[in-house]
Design a protein around this ligand. Structure first.
Ligand SMILES: [Cu+2]
Length: 135
């Protein structure tokens, strides 16, 4: 009998939580976000882990290459922006599929410009997006 008297109150609490959940979900949208870039680092090596690419903003000298090291436990597919055309910086597409534990270099980055890249197999994941500035 005592448990029965508690039921209406539990139902009201459940309804209140459901209302809150509905209110929260209406504010979420699927608008794409850009990666939060670190301060540019002068290096030719980018390491990939489950946390993302690091550093995600690098500067290199014209004509040099960038080494992508995959220290994650899964594969990644590093390609030039934009997705899915990959036309901005073709040398990045020399990396492409990178199995867990493997490392591959880009081709020579001969054009002075800024290149974006992403993981083609996880294209909307900003953790695996970054920027290479060729100077
Ligand atoms: Cu892509």
């Amino acid at each position: 009998m005592r448990t029965l008297t508690h039921l209406p109150r539990l139902c009201l609490l459940g309804a209140a939580l459901a209302t809150l959940a509905c209110g929260g979900s209406s504010s979420s949208s699927s608008t794409p976000t850009s990666p939060t870039l670190s301060t540019a680092v002068v290096t030719n090596t980018i390491t990939i882990t489950s946390a993302g690419v690091s550093p995600n903003n690098i500067e290199i000298t014209q004509g040099s290459r960038v080494l992508f090291i995959n220290n994650d436990s899964r594969s990644h597919n590093m390609t030039a922006d934009p997705h899915p055309e990959h036309t901005d910086c073709p040398p990045i597409n020399s990396v492409g599929f990178l199995a867990a534990g493997r490392q591959i270099e880009t081709s020579n980055m001969t054009t002075v410009r800024t290149c974006g890249y992403h993981d083609h197999d996880d294209a909307s994941n900003t953790k695996f997006q970054g920027k290479i500035t060729i100077k």
